[in-house]
Design a protein around this ligand. Structure first.
Ligand code: FAD
Length: 363
């Protein structure tokens, strides 16, 4: 069996893994990323496409709101080519409590999310397809983001800094010495060949699959996969991201993306991130909710429905070094999370991520 050696093995080629790979490579740490499909094969390639302003979480989850607001500015600066600056509205429809707009304004003020109330007339002038019965409109810095491009470019950049990224390489076992994970056995799914990758540290950035990876080492990491459905309609009926002005719920965001508009999403627990379907009632719900935002929505053609799985993490930090997709992990904040984890470093060790990871691995 061929053996590769590296400082850090990153498992998973989504937003988190690619962000980590680039961050490591830019710090001069040699890293290899393995991904069982193409890059973005997992949740990152099946998300809604929203660069969060933070508005969605300003009432429900202030910490995430603040993180999104900060990261929104960073990503607009470093990857403008992956972002369409659509702006975003939170609109109060006849089905929503008009007083929620005041709670949202206050939440945004408290968390640093830029948010301004604009007149309904102004909103309808800019978005004539919107429901004319909306009663209040708040504008935020939402945008449309291309996770395929962003992830591919992160990987391309990491490669330029000396990293290696191996698509179609699935982890089929972890190598454990005592209480440390020191590598993995991977299978090249294109030719069936196995490779052993030895690494000083292993980062589990496998999102909703993180529990399956940990299980190779006999470690329990409970991830509850939460499925969300989205539907691309055949017409870009709005140029602005449209959110319902209420607590986050199903089918309450419409994102313009290239020539289509994407309505989403739902949140249903599924037993396995590889085994789920799109239920007819979820599609029906998207149509009903879409109609509330844009009258006539259901007269457009639904082109494609897909789903992604949220990696909802339940346990305390596992003894295995892991980046787990926890509460802060939106695509919007994946770069920040990668940087934060890898910054817990000891410059003195000469191997910047070593000390923090060692602590985690021996807890
Ligand atoms: C329905 C939905 C909508 C969303 N919308 C948004 C949004 O609009 N904006 C936003 O900011 N965030 C959004 N999110 C959240 C965001 O998509 C995720 O938080 C993010 O993509 C997670 O990235 P990740 O890299 O951690 O996981 P993933 O992208 O899932 O990456 C993990 C990777 O690990 C790989 N893998 C698994 N097992 C193995 C193995 N054995 N060997 C090798 N590789 C393996 C998988 O193939 C996968 O590619 C949404 C999430 C969902 C579910």
């Amino acid at each position: 069996m061929k053996t590769l050696t590296t400082d850090v093995l990153v498992i998973g080629g989504g937003a988190t893994g690619a962000g980590c790979l680039r961050d490591l490579a830019m710090r001069g740490i040699h890293a290899i990323l393995v991904e069982k499909g193409d890059m973005t094969h997992g949740t990152t390639g099946r998300y809604h496409g929203l660069l969060h302003s933070g508005g969605r979480y300003a009432v429900k989850d202030p910490q995430s709101a603040h993180e999104c607001a900060v990261e929104n500015i960073v990503l607009r600066t470093i990857m403008p080519h992956c972002i369409e600056d659509t702006s975003g509205f939170f609109v109060t429809t006849p089905w929503d409590d008009p007083a929620f707009a005041d709670r949202l304004l206050a939440g945004c003020r408290a968390t640093g999310v830029v948010c301004t109330e604009i007149s309904v007339a102004e909103a309808l002038r800019r978005e004539p397809a919107l429901n004319p019965q909306i009663s209040r409109v708040l504008e935020v810095n939402d945008a449309a983001a291309d996770s395929f491009l962003a992830t591919d470019l992160n990987v391309a950049s990491a490669r330029e800094y000396g990293a290696m990224a191996l698509p179609y390489h699935a982890v089929i076992d972890l190598v454990r010495v005592g209480n440390r994970i020191v590598g993995a056995v991977v299978e090249d799914l294109r030719d069936g060949q196995h490779k052993r990758i030895e690494a000083a540290y292993v980062l589990n950035a496998a999102g909703a699959w993180a529990g399956k990876i940990a299980a190779f080492a006999g470690i329990t990491v409970t991830i509850v996969p939460g499925k969300g459905v989205m539907i691309a309609m055949n017409h870009r009926m709005v140029d602005t991201v449209i959110n319902r002005c209420k607590m986050p719920d199903d089918g309450d965001i419409l994102v313009p993306a290239h020539t289509v508009a994407v309505i989403g999403t739902t949140d249903r627990h599924v037993p396995d991130p590889d085994v789920y379907g799109i239920d007819p009632d979820e599609v029906e719900l998207m149509m009903v909710e879409g109609e509330k935002l844009v009258p006539g929505f259901t007269r457009y053609r639904a082109l494609r429905a897909w789903a992604g799985v949220r990696p909802l993490y339940k346990d305390k930090m596992s003894p295995m070094t892991a980046i787990l997709a926890a509460r802060i992990n939106y695509s919007t904040t994946a770069r920040a999370m990668a940087s934060k984890v890898l910054s817990r470093s000891s410059a003195a060790s000469g191997r910047p991520i070593a000390s923090w990871l060692r602590k985690q691995s021996t807890k």
